[in-house]
Write a protein that binds this ligand. Structure first.
Ligand SMILES: Nc1ncnc2c1ncn2[C@@H]1O[C@H](COP(=O)(O)OP(=O)(O)O)[C@@H](O)[C@H]1O
Ligand SMILES: [Mg+2]
Length: 226
């Protein structure tokens, strides 16, 4: 279908617990995201931003409603297809970088490509290219504990892109960085998204993040506030 957006949520609810402990992390979300858009999700802590990213990343499933990516209902993917989707269709960027401490920058970036079955030499060459794109060509052999927070997040951006995902999901990517470093990361993330043609969904508290995105969705109590 020519008009189909890359990401489509319809009537999405995600409920935790039951009875008096019932909590609707998402309480009925409809959202279309066209391919190539950079979307900021903003809202107070607990408003459902991470839950929404997890659903689009097939790391979690809705209690009700559908999440479709490129026309495919994620709930219909079997375990193997869902694992492959998480590895190849989406790239993740986290607040605390989540690098493997025992691997070098290059090995961290190459890891998802190795897990996807790409040969080591090819994965390393691609990792080196991406490290150059994030300004870390000189730090390929460095281990995470020898890198600053901003540098670790650059490594994580490169890692998120190694399998050429269609979507990058970034959950508070500047939440652990100072303002200036965070702004640099946002600029770089936005540039990389455009350069690689990826659709970007970013949960954030940062007003700078809102400025670099094409569109802002405000969340409140599991709903879109707009
Ligand atoms: N695993 C879980 N079990 C119970 N409640 C959860 C769980 N994950 C999230 N929640 C609840 O869902 C709501 C939305 O959480 P979340 O999506 O993490 O919000 P945000 O990312 O905007 O801070 C919160 O009230 C949170 O406590
Ligand atoms: Mg969150």
């Amino acid at each position: 279908m020519i008009d189909e957006p890359l990401i489509r949520l319809r009537g999405v609810e995600r409920v935790y617990g039951s009875g008096s402990a019932r909590c609707a992390a998402l309480a009925g979300v409809d959202l279309d995201v066209p391919a190539g858009q950079a979307l900021a999700l903003v809202g107070p802590s607990g408003s459902g931003k991470s839950t929404l990213l997890h659903l689009v990343g097939a790391m979690d499933a809705p209690s009700k409603g559908t999440v479709k990516v490129a026309g495919r209902d994620l709930a219909a993917l079997g375990d193997a297809a869902a694992a492959r989707y998480r590895r190849e269709t989406v790239g993740f960027v986290f607040q605390f970088f989540n690098l493997v401490p025992t691997l070098s920058a290059r090995e961290n970036v190459a890891l998802p490509a190795r897990l996807a079955g790409r040969p080591g030499a090819q994965a390393r060459a691609r990792a080196d290219e991406l490290l150059a794109q994030v300004g870390l060509a000189g730090k390929r052999e460095a281990f995470p504990d020898a890198l600053s927070g901003g540098q670790q997040q650059r490594v994580a951006l490169a890692r998120a892109l190694i399998n050429e995902p269609r979507i990058v999901l970034a959950d508070e990517p500047t939440g652990a960085l100072d303002q200036a470093t965070g702004d640099e990361i946002l600029k770089l993330l936005r540039e990389l998204a455009a350069r690689h043609g990826v659709t970007l969904l970013m949960a954030t508290h940062s007003e700078s993040a809102v400025r670099v995105c094409d569109r802002v969705i405000r969340m409140l109590d599991g709903r879109m506030a707009d």
